[in-house]
Write a protein that binds this ligand. Structure first.
Ligand SMILES: [Zn+2]
Length: 191
């Protein structure tokens, strides 16, 4: 099971205006030889960014929402503004834009989702949706139909402004078997 999740590729969380990551940083993490989910935000990912992500040997590319826009739906989600059909269309556009890429893992921004999204992910045969503390704090998932989707959660997220690999490894070492470690890369990196 993949236990490391790196969010907001390629430029950090757009709504928070983090600097764009260096490719050196991802190459550095990739060299750890630990498999990880790389959460791609399609509307801010260029073809070149995508090709680079695909070249990383330990990255399993996951879809991280669509535009990662500021939430418009309470408590926090980018999906409340889309109908079921619009979500289907957005996923189809992602397939087309990135040469037939069919992700099987969906990482919802802010760990929030709704039933229309779950239904659309089942339609497109996704296997996994991820969550975090907000998933349980703000949503009643017992009332949602996950279909064939498996929910894998994290206990929280952490932010590293210097890409310290020992911190990432330390977190992984303490992560329970059924959880993930979520990393946000927030700074400018030099190696
Ligand atoms: Zn994010």
């Amino acid at each position: 099971m993949i236990k490391l999740r790196i969010d907001d590729y390629p430029q950090g969380e757009p709504s928070r205006r983090y600097p764009k990551w260096g490719r050196e940083l991802l190459a550095h993490i990739d060299a750890l030889d630990i498999p990880y989910y790389l959460a791609v935000v399609p509307e801010v990912c260029s073809q070149r960014d995508f090709e680079f992500a695909r070249s990383l040997k330990n990255a399993h590319l996951a879809l991280h929402g669509f535009d990662h826009a500021l939430p418009v739906w309470r408590p926090r989600s980018e999906f409340g503004k889309f109908t079921y059909n619009e979500i289907l269309y957005k996923i189809e556009q992602t397939h087309i834009r990135f040469d037939g890429w069919c992700p099987n893992v969906f990482i919802p921004p802010f760990n929030m989702f709704d039933q229309e999204l779950l239904d659309a992910l089942n339609h497109w045969s996704f296997d996994i949706i991820t969550g975090g503390p907000e998933t349980f704090d703000h949503m009643d998932i017992t009332k949602m139909d996950f279909g064939k989707l498996k929910l894998i959660t994290s206990e929280g997220e952490f932010y590293t402004s210097n890409g310290d690999l020992s911190v990432i490894l330390g977190r992984l070492g303490h992560c329970p078997d059924d959880k993930m470690v979520v990393v946000h890369l927030t700074g400018d990196y030099t190696f």
